[in-house]
Design a protein around this ligand. Sequence first.
Ligand code: GLU
Length: 294
Amino acid sequence: MTGRFAPSPTSDLHLGNLRTAVVAALLARAAGVGFLVRIEDLDVGRVGAAGDVATRQLHDLALLGLSWDGPVVHQSARLDRYRAAVDHLPTYECFCTRREIAESASAPHADGYRPYPGTCRGLTAVQRADRRRERPPALRVDAGAASITVHDRWAGAVAGVVDDFVVRRNDGAYSYNLAVVVDDLAQGVTQVVRGDDLLSSSPRQAWLARRLGGVEPEYAHVGLVVNAAGRRLAKRDGAVTLAQLARRGTSAADVVSLIGHSLGLNEPGEPVTLADLSRRFDPARRPAAWVWPG
Ligand code: GLU
């Protein structure tokens, strides 16, 4: 049984990511389970320099006082496992462009995700051969319009219809939704802590976990850190990474105190360590959104 923090090495961790990492570690400790870190670097080819970013991410987690069990797993080293999982799933080739999906009848979810309407599910072998000459296909799982309700520690029951989501993109890369589930199962992850923006992905992932013969973890989605305008924190919001904050005189220890305060665990400016936060943390209390004024 273990919790985990699973950053994508697209850019340095910002306060929102760091806060999620702290909550993940606190919740794991409160439950008396292990804590893993996994680097979700399946997009390395596109992102470039991901190795350096991942190294800095681990360095930043350590600066906050976080530690984790065992070696850090990199998704880019696990392609065989994703291939094997896809081989066990009912899938079909999909040739739709983003635009075609956007123009389809399905309304986007609050997070912008558009459920796939199943356009390519019924293509004949001849039609598929034809379309393959135009563009390489993505692979979608045939979920049979399953609906599923999952449990989030803080949000409660989350119901969702599972669409035929992509398991392998048309550039050959395995999708986030596939890899995250394969790895959580393989690593014995029983607790998934992450930002609220992924709450609506949970039914899809729980369905896949069950389809692969496993059990979904307990989900615990954390309120996002937002800027003064109420929008999800992003790089352009000024000093948001540890390196940027350090340049303006805010140390990693100060950041632990800021995060602790945002979780209602210490007074503003009170020097605290992760061990202090761990003693004060109440797993029943949902970490609400936090406004970072910048
Ligand atoms: N790698 C994902 C991200 O950084 C998080 C995946 C997860 O925690 O399930 O957004």
